[in-house]
Design a protein around this ligand. Sequence first.
Ligand code: GTP
Length: 506
Amino acid sequence: MLCLARPHCSLSFINPNFEKESWATLSAFTSQPTLLNSFHRKGDTHRNFQSYSLKSALSKVKNPPSPTPETLVKEPHKYFDQVVITVRAGDGGHGAILSMPTQRAASNSRGKFGKNKIKEKSSYKRDFDGSLVLPMGGHGGDVVIYADESEDSLLEFHKKSRYSAKRGGNADSMGVLSSQLRDGLAAPSLRIPVPPGTVIKHKRGKLLADLARPGDEVLVARGGQGGISLLEVPEHKRKTTTALTTNVMRDDSDKVLVLGQPGEEVSLQLILRVVADVGLIGLPNAGKSTLLAAITLAKPDIADYPFTTLMPNLGRLDGDPSLGAGKFLSEATLADLPGLIEGAHLGKGLGRNFLRHLRRTRLLVHVVDAAAEDPVGDYRTVKEELRMYNPNYLERPYIVVLNKVDIPKAMDRLPSLKEEILRIGSDNIDMHTDAISKTDAFSMSNDKDQAVDQKMKEIEAYPRPLAVVGVSVLRRININEMLEAIRATLRHCQDITGLLGTSAGQ
Ligand SMILES: Nc1nc2c(ncn2[C@@H]2O[C@H](COP(=O)(O)OP(=O)(O)OP(=O)(O)O)[C@@H](O)[C@H]2O)c(=O)[nH]1
């Protein structure tokens, strides 16, 4: 038997399976990798995440209340910002093996039927070069991930971690060459929405895309090519058929091309980096969530036990009327990041998971509980954790908010606390400028890229805060002064960004 076909299929068989690696990456974000690995063996990821996170080591803070059904429900928030999913693109639809109608005509029909067949033969679809165009199977659906503003976490992916696009339709044919043959329908792309700020990694951590802005998208798995069709030609007709077409002659083994190609299957790690102008940082219980609720419309969970904040809460700061309409930075996004504790950079408490969210912020607000036992020590602890994780964060412009001054003890020591905090650090304003230029919201490099040599520097070598304000966010004492300090620092960042932009453009 001899077959004719259009030779324009490309083959790709990609079925990587690296679930193990993905788990290794996940466990790197926790302080107990072996525990995670054993969970993996049990295969019940979601439930075990919950039980693991309840056992998180807490240091320097009082123990959280014993788990209640409510806290259990909240626990997956710990992983709101990272997840491993598997996506599979659709297989291509199948082509067909067709026979020439004249074969049947010769055996089954006589007279006018035979004439019809001859007429039909001349109306077959042909390419510009005269070769027969045979139908193809439809292309399998691609998988596309895109940034959608209405999404705010990756929690949904813990419930459903496998996504498959549809397969392409088969070539529409009854097995006989005719002028009516149609290609199989191409399957639509499967589009998966993620929050803006999601980074997509592939295989061994290879970066695929940084979907920083709404509408950004990336094709993560390509659908399979549809199968081609082949034409069976009886031995004695081969020469004539070859003369009719310029198609490449094929043999029996090519029949495999009739089957649609499989769609790609890949495992992907999704990591969300919150996009916010201002990052609120501080030890657990310092009052970050209360601050956010006091100056924005955000409604974060507030309680007097640590780690109420299990995922960053975002709030919009209202425009400053004094700036006038149309002025940039009349509003900003604030992110309340979960409390840092000593050893967070090593994964303690809620660990380093949240430190990465500072990456895209331009201004940091250190919130310190002024009524705590050692507020300056707490302030140093947070700075130290930042330094250990990524010293660039210490170069970023920041202000210090000494909170809870409604408590007499805090109010009494406010002047001395301000003085002590202002003494920590240098006057190196150039560092702020550098830091802002490095705060490339859409940069794709790793958080710790430039961190290594600077780890040796003392906290004192980094810039002082641009302002230190005593407030009570709960009782709304000095709120306006704090807002003014935040806005002034935002303007400062904006001025520098403007200058950098101008000099870059020159
Ligand atoms: N007296 C007083 N208490 C405050 C003030 N601000 C916050 N608090 C209380 O401090 C406790 C902790 O407040 P949160 O806002 O949850 O603290 P947080 O820093 O967000 O805590 P984490 O979520 O653990 O990081 C709550 O009981 C608040 O009511 C304040 O200005 N004065």
